[in-house]
Design a protein around this ligand. Structure first.
Ligand SMILES: Cc1cc2nc3c(=O)[nH]c(=O)nc-3n(C[C@H](O)[C@H](O)[C@H](O)COP(=O)(O)O)c2cc1C
Length: 383
């Protein structure tokens, strides 16, 4: 077969139209947030790759390859991994960062590449708090704290309560809390300079912001603790600070754990209240996850197990949401969006094993090649 023997665009057996759901959206319909339009509702959630191996917070050619594959695979928004706002805000010594200008330059070609492939690049800004300074494959000490002599650091937290067997954190002063709010603001400004088109604040999974939210990890008696208004103050100040540093037309996302799965801790009702407040402060979408805040809890994991939390947040707080967690099959994903259970689905681990998941989903769901998010170079290899 010569290189001109095949039709450029196949109609395939697939030319049928996807069913629209009650909210009029399908998995492949675009979604606009402020001034940004995302090509579809299949997004890649943040997944830390612990691959800034020089321990300088700079993404590497690995990150380029990693994110470009998923951009070329058709994902709509790609939320780059937990990226630290300060060196001591890293989960591991090999996390990426945005605390200096060298990191801005290192991100830029990756961000540009994703855009050229039609994806919307976003970045998740994080401070790990008491869950920082932990091991990873590049450093060792997996599942535990990295000792100071091996490049670890003193972690910080709202209260002197360690996470499981991790090292005991030091309590943050009010002045230090204000400093971290400013670090989020400055990292957001750097993300804008690197070309990112959306920012996500990591307020989930037991990292610093969720340590403040959860009464099981926040026993402060000052203005950053106590009732829900006190415990959410840190997050709201970060939202305001980040919003002040990014363009008006740039979407701002917040990832929240909707429950810590522990009695007396963080729960759905508090999540809904926080979602309402941050929406008023300029957050455009809540990325709903669960867990990670307190150790040794039982999580009833099964396909789509977090979707009901997303639906509740969407319906009760009136804010667009993602659904994430064991969404692996195209039909499963399509139903979630069509039924209005969430505005967007995120494909995490399945995207690690299958970077072109959206292209296969388009085929399975009956889209024509022309309607699927193929790179022009790859159309002739379409399903
Ligand atoms: C390797 C790996 C790294 C992750 N890192 C992050 C992260 O940096 N930030 C975050 O919010 N969630 C992180 N997560 C959670 C995912 O974003 C996602 O919520 C979770 O994997 C459930 O979705 P899934 O079942 O589709 O994988 C990570 C998950 C994995 C598997």
């Amino acid at each position: 077969m010569s290189d001109t023997d095949v039709k450029d665009v196949k109609d395939g057996k697939n030319g049928k139209k996807m069913k629209k759901g009650k909210n009029g959206a399908t998995l492949f319909s675009p979604m606009s947030l402020r001034g940004v339009t995302v090509r579809n509702r299949i997004w890649m959630p943040p997944m830390d790759t612990y691959s800034a191996v020089a321990r300088d917070g700079k993404p590497t050619p690995f990150h380029y390859q990693h994110y470009m594959s998923r951009a070329m695979g058709g994902f709509g928004m790609i939320i780059c991994e937990a990226t630290a706002v300060a060196p001591e805000g890293r989960i591991s010594p090999c996390d990426t960062g945005l605390w200096n200008d060298d990191q801005v330059e290192a991100w830029r070609w990756i961000v540009d590449g994703m855009k050229q492939a039609g994806a919307v690049p976003a970045v998740q800004l994080n401070h790990a708090g008491r869950k920082g300074s932990t091991g990873c494959f590049g450093v060792g000490f997996a599942g535990g704290s990295v000792p100071f002599e091996d490049g670890g650091w003193q972690t910080v937290a709202p209260s002197p309560i360690a996470y499981g067997h991790y090292a005991m954190p030091r309590v943050l002063s009010v002045e230090e809390i204000h400093g971290i709010v400013a670090q989020f603001r400055d990292a957001a400004a750097r993300a804008v300079r690197a070309g990112f088109q959306a920012i996500e604040i990591h307020a989930a999974h037991g990292y610093l912001i969720s340590q403040f939210l959860d009464p099981l990890s926040n026993e402060r008696t000052d203005e950053y603790g106590g009732d829900l208004a006190g415990r959410m103050r840190f997050l709201v100040e970060i939202v305001d600070a980040v919003r002040s540093a990014i363009p008006e037309d740039m979407p701002l996302l917040v990832r929240i754990s909707a429950t810590d799965w522990a009695a007396g801790g963080w729960d759905l009702d508090q999540t809904v209240e926080v979602a309402k407040v941050v929406r008023e402060h300029g957050v455009d979408l809540v990325d709903v996850s669960t867990g990670g805040i307190v150790p040794n809890v039982t999580i009833p994991v099964k396909p789509g197990y977090q979707v009901p939390f997303s639906t509740q947040v969407r319906d009760r707080a009136g804010v667009p949401v993602t659904a994430v967690g064991l969404i692996t099959k195209p039909k499963q994903a399509a139903k979630i969006v069509a039924r209005g259970e969430a505005d967007v689905v995120e494909i995490g681990r399945a995207a690690l094993r299958e970077p072109y998941w959206p292209l296969r989903a388009a085929y399975k769901l009956g889209l024509s090649t022309a309607d699927a998010p193929y790179q022009p170079q790859y159309v002739r290899g379409a399903y």
